[in-house]
Design a protein around this ligand. Structure first.
Ligand SMILES: [Zn+2]
Length: 173
């Protein structure tokens, strides 16, 4: 879904049911400084996530959200520990489930997303969706892009029978 997401920072809290009843879209930017869980898992990330979410009640009784979001971030290469850029672009298909409602199964391709029922914190929703697509182990696309000295050094530290701390232990500090 390509849109001119404008330089429009979205309101941090909103009522998904209000949005769904009016079939409204949320299009704009969500700042990432309020997303500590993903920030702690990456080296760096863009200051804002581009978001396009459409709210509806057409298909189901419950509020549905369709859309996507995009964010560029930098992760550690598993092979050479250098930085690798990754673009997260999750497709969003959710049913907003107030915590007091008794829905237990996802419907079709829509996953349930539980919230308090009193309004939703947008950055939480965006962070949850990004975390689902965050690669667990990322490498440079080709070994030629890796830092070859580092690859060799790391490999030497992992020789069988080497009981000393590996270079990873140093780098974790
Ligand atoms: Zn690498």
């Amino acid at each position: 879904m390509k849109t001119n997401a404008e330089n429009h920072t979205l309101s941090p809290n909103f009522d998904p049911l209000y949005m769904a009843d009016r079939k409204l879209d949320l299009v704009g930017l969500v700042p990432t400084y309020t997303m500590p869980r993903i920030r702690n898992a990456v080296i760096s990330m863009q200051p804002a996530v581009t978001v396009h979410l459409h709210f509806s009640r057409e298909n189901f009784v419950y509020c549905t959200v369709d859309g996507d979001m995009m964010c560029t971030l930098r992760l550690r290469c598993e092979r050479c520990l250098g930085e690798v850029e990754a673009i997260l672009n999750p497709i969003v298909k959710l049913i907003m489930k107030p915590e007091f409602e008794n829905i237990t199964e996802k419907i079709g391709e829509y996953d349930l997303y539980e919230y308090s029922g009193n309004g939703l914190e947008l950055s939480n929703l965006v962070e949850d969706e990004l975390l689902l697509t965050l690669p667990i182990a990322l490498k440079h696309k080709d070994i030629s892009l890796c830092n070859s000295d580092m690859v060799a050094w790391l490999a030497s530290g992992r020789e069988p029978g080497n009981n000393k701390e590996t270079p990873f232990a140093i780098l974790k500090c």
